[in-house]
Design a protein around this ligand. Structure first.
Ligand SMILES: NC(=O)NCCC(=O)O
Length: 384
């Protein structure tokens, strides 16, 4: 079986691990067992008619005496591109809008309050090609582009916060491109945007040919449903990037991504989960799915033959909690919607238990990092 056909780790464990041992295997791998979220039959039917996977889980917290539970439903969408990569640009965008609108409708049936799409969701992940045309034509204004307007309609219609990661064209600053997530409030207003802080220079991720490291810092967006932040894709390899969103008070950090199995799959299940633990917050890892083919061949600078695809985007989107538990992932091969119900009180409960924010030596790190970035820095190594 090829990697692009292997459906999911969960399915394989369920098929081959003896019944009596499965819950112990799951506890060790995934933490405390999560309850399944009961989803309306209409939503289940609709997902099946529209040919995408629908899964739901609940992350519970202990009941407190002085604070009511802070329950929020979060939806993650992973999807394949709809049209071939050489179809007209606007047709590709419109087809993706339609596909995602259908999935958002099901999310609304499931009572989702905040939804997040995958990185650069309106386009193929074409940065591998290093070609400018037609890919730069997918870039849009974060404030007024048709994708943002489309998300504003969705947000108003479904009373949902929409996190929309796009390729941004910033007309005010010379038409420059950015990898940006637009956060649309459930009122329909654009709450703001945040840009990808770390641009990969690995494998076929040739994004540095298109845009620079983001300049929006570590913004946290106060929404009606909680404080959220967006750490776009490659930023997940940088623990300090997660940390800074946590420092600004993020309760849920989304990680919309586009990554392929040959490169990052063994890291995928660890990084966002570790960030949830280390920062006493929820994290939501979303990856696109499928294999995207391009008209022109490109090389990877590794001596191998030129090729026309990036490899398999393995989906596997999941949610992780501050107590180290995580949801099962969505499929590696299929479009999907993951709905999770989170009680945000869990963040403080776990912070009070483990005290990572209290025991972190931030002043000491800050001082040492400030020294380490100086030209004349000498590593603190004691020698005989
Ligand atoms: N989109 C993106 O930043 N991908 C980089 C590869 C990875 O982080 O796995």
């Amino acid at each position: 079986m090829s990697s692009s056909q292997f459906e999911s780790l969960e399915k394989t464990l369920g098929t081959y691990v003896p019944e009596g041992e499965l819950s112990e295997v799951r506890r060790i791998l995934y933490g405390k067992e999560l309850k399944s979220l009961e989803l309306p039959q209409a939503a289940v039917d609709s997902a099946s008619e529209r040919d995408f996977e629908l899964k739901g889980y609940v992350f519970e917290a202990a009941q407190e005496q002085l604070r009511a539970a802070r329950v929020v439903r979060v939806g993650l969408i992973q999807n394949k591109i709809v049209l071939p990569t050489d179809a007209p640009v606007l047709d590709q965008i419109t087809a993706l809008h339609k596909r995602v609108a259908d999935m958002v409708e099901v999310a609304a049936m499931c009572g989702v309050n905040i939804i997040c799409f995958q990185e650069a969701w309106t386009m193929p992940f074409a940065f591998c090609t290093r070609e400018r045309e037609p890919w730069t034509e997918f870039a849009e204004s974060a404030e007024e582009g048709y994708t943002t307007r489309f998300c504003q309609e969705l947000a108003k219609k479904h009373n949902m916060v929409v996190v929309s990661p796009i390729l941004e064209r910033d007309e005010i600053h010379g038409g420059t491109l950015w990898n940006t997530a637009v956060v649309v409030s459930n009122s329909g207003k654009v709450l703001g945007k945040t840009r990808k802080n770390h641009i990969p220079r690995v494998g076929d991720f040739n994004e540095s040919s298109y845009y620079m490291e983001g300049n929006t810092g570590h913004r946290v967006f106060q929404t009606q449903f909680g404080k959220i932040a967006v750490n776009i894709c490659y930023g997940r390899h940088h623990p300090l990037n997660w940390f800074m969103y946590g420092l600004n008070g993020a309760e849920i950090i989304f990680n919309p991504s586009a990554t392929v199995g040959a490169l990052s799959e063994p890291m995928w299940s660890i990084e966002a989960r570790n960030a949830a633990i280390a920062n006493h917050c929820f994290t939501c890892a979303i990856n696109r799915v499928g294999t995207e083919h391009f008209k022109n061949e490109f090389t990877s600078g590794d001596g191998k033959k030129a090729h026309r695809d990036f490899g398999h985007f393995y989906g596997s989107s999941y949610v992780a909690a501050p107590d180290g538990s995580r949801s099962p992932g969505l499929s590696r091969t299929q479009d999907g919607l993951l709905v999770t119900e989170l009680d945000l009180n869990l963040n403080r409960q776990i912070a009070d238990k483990w005290n990572f924010k209290m025991t972190g030596r931030f002043d000491m790190y800050a001082e040492e990092i400030a020294e380490a970035v100086q030209h004349e820095f000498q590593p603190n190594i004691i020698k005989e």
